[in-house]
Design a protein around this ligand. Structure first.
Ligand SMILES: *[C@@H]1O[C@H](CO)[C@@H](O)[C@H](O)[C@H]1NC(C)=O
Ligand SMILES: *[C@@H]1O[C@H](CO)[C@@H](O)[C@H](O)[C@H]1NC(C)=O
Ligand SMILES: *[C@@H]1O[C@H](CO)[C@@H](O)[C@H](O)[C@H]1NC(C)=O
Ligand SMILES: *[C@@H]1O[C@H](CO)[C@@H](O)[C@H](O)[C@H]1NC(C)=O
Length: 488
């Protein structure tokens, strides 16, 4: 009898084990954005960085969909992040300047303004549909109470409002506060949030990783869908890494920071796998703007692209982007869909089945089809041998089963073009500098101010400055497009 009950109970346990993938989120999809700070397109091994310092990001690409043609909405942190969370260009959401022709909307730590109440941020819409959201790391959308994350849809917050510049030691410029939700828990350069400027050592990335994992675990336990916006900032100057990562990269502390962030990406993705919620969770990896090439060895690489951060050349706004959603997004593919960080707003809402606000213009498009049905017609790599297979497929004739065929069927590629044609606008402040459509990019304006010129401006960190730093390109002038076309 006792044996019988043991067998029965074992069978029950087995049955629960087999059916055991109870979906804790009731069919809802979780969203994670892993947003790097000033990391360049060329910093990832998958895009050719020769030191191969990003095994976890490269693995993420192998398990997901890689977007080589993906853009930020501005080549600077604050406007780019405001556009990401609002789905709208900075010129619409308020993060732009009208002075100093084309100065990007830089927000120093004493910034007075911030994200406006009438902008609807992604977590506000998700919250109405039962989601809980957390931002970790750099906020950069205003430092006064009314602009803080908890007043714009985020339920949880760990990090700081601005960049980790410092250390400061006077009451007019204190070190930036570190927040846990609505409360200040310390300051950068102090206690556990210390950054050793001499050695580059800081434990901040490790703290951000732990905060992220704790949030994912807590939400899974509660069975409440979540949005995690993980905005770690170790690759923004002054770059930093914790002791185990320091001195490991041949690229110096910048490379050490990349390695530690890569480790963090691996930790977060493996947490999703360990909890069995990877196929409930869409993760996007990207960066807020191009690498700061003017920082020389203190900055990253934009691969083959011209210039970097603060410029509207490709190096300033083309971002290394990967979508990952095991079981939903097919692994190991490359999409030539031209995308924008603003699309995450629209895509997440589409996937969550939440209508987009109808009272405003959105600049993001939904990439749901691109993610789920990636047939990227225009950039499908083909072979003449495919005609054999494609014609048979279309005619409904089975292929011979007694031999290996090297062609593939392009039927889907021909019939289901999920590639969305859309323009990319490159702004500085309120000035439209360039537009990309398909394979073409037209520059209306190009700036060529050198670092030397920029450095001549007194008190660069204050508001009314000529913030036009660009890279030096010989023979390039501030020539409007009309003049260029007259000469063509
Ligand atoms: C990081 O944490 C370790 C272990 O607690 C500590 O020894 C080290 O001083 C910390 N680093 C900084 C820069 O505070
Ligand atoms: C999710 O993944 C688990 C394995 O981790 C699998 O058993 C389950 O069927 C998957 N669910 C869906 C909806 O694909
Ligand atoms: C993807 O394609 C399949 C058929 O190929 C279709 O049933 C499905 O609706 C498509 N999904 C999206 C999101 O377009
Ligand atoms: C194309 O997509 C539609 C739905 O979007 C689907 O019904 C159809 O089967 C697809 N065709 C092919 C050839 O995959």
């Amino acid at each position: 009898m006792a044996l019988f009950w043991r067998v029965v109970s074992l069978q029950i346990i087995f049955a629960i084990g087999a059916l055991g993938f109870r979906d804790p989120f009731n069919g809802k999809t979780n969203f994670v954005i892993l947003l790097m700070d000033d990391m360049g397109w060329g910093d990832l091994g998958i895009f050719g960085e020769p030191n191969k310092e990003t095994p976890n990001m490269d693995q993420m690409a192998a398990e997901g969909l890689l977007f080589p043609d993906f853009y930020s909405a501005n080549p600077l942190c604050s406007p780019s992040r405001a556009a990401l969370l609002s789905g709208r260009l900075p010129i619409r959401n308020g993060f732009y300047t009208t002075n100093e022709r084309g100065r990007n909307g830089y927000t120093p730590q004493n910034i007075v303004g911030g994200i406006q109440d009438n902008e609807i941020l992604l977590p506000e819409l998700l919250k109405e549909h039962g989601y809980r959201s957390k931002v970790i790391g750099k906020w950069h959308l205003g430092q006064q109470e009314q602009y803080l994350p908890h007043n714009h849809g985020f339920d949880e917050y760990f990090g700081s409002t601005n960049c980790h510049f410092g250390p400061y030691d006077n009451k007019h410029t204190p070190n930036m506060p570190v927040y846990k939700d609505a409360n200040m828990v310390g300051r950068y350069y102090e206690g556990p949030y210390n950054i050793n400027k001499r050695t580059g050592e800081s434990n901040l990335t490790q703290i951000f990783i732990k905060e992220g994992i704790d949030f994912i675990e807590a939400q899974t336990k509660k069975g409440q869908p979540f949005f995690l916006y993980w905005a770690a900032d170790a690759t923004h100057g002054p770059v930093y890494a914790s002791k185990p990562f320091l001195g490991k990269s041949p690229r110096g502390t910048y490379g050490d920071a990349v390695r530690e962030l890569d480790f963090g990406v691996g930790q977060i993705l493996s947490t999703l796998k360990r909890l069995g919620i990877a196929n409930n969770t869409l993760v996007f990896f990207s960066s807020d703007n191009g690498a700061a090439t003017y920082a020389k060895t203190g900055g990253g690489s934009n691969g083959p692209f011209l210039c970097g951060k603060e410029t509207t050349f490709e190096g300033g706004m083309r971002e290394p982007t990967i979508a990952w959603w095991p079981g939903k997004v097919s692994p190991g593919k490359v999409s030539k869909q031209v995308g924008s960080l603003m699309d995450l707003f629209t895509t997440f809402l589409d996937i969550a089945g939440i209508p987009t606000p109808s009272d405003r213009i959105l600049d993001g498009i939904s990439l749901k089809k691109t993610l789920l049905n990636n047939t990227h017609v225009s950039k499908q790599v083909g072979n003449l041998m495919d005609l054999f297979t494609t014609f048979l497929d279309i005619a409904g004739i089975p292929t011979p089963s007694d031999r290996i065929l090297d062609g593939i069927s392009l039927k889907k590629t021909l019939l289901n073009n999920t590639h969305v044609d859309r323009p990319i606008f490159y702004y500085r402040g309120d000035l439209l500098m360039a537009v990309r459509v398909g394979m073409y990019k037209a520059h209306a304006w190009t700036w060529a101010n050198s670092k030397e010129e920029f450095d001549k401006v007194p008190d660069k960190q204050t508001i009314s400055i000529s913030f036009l730093m660009s890279c030096q390109i010989n023979n390039l002038q501030t020539t409007p497009l009309e003049l260029v076309s007259e000469n063509l």
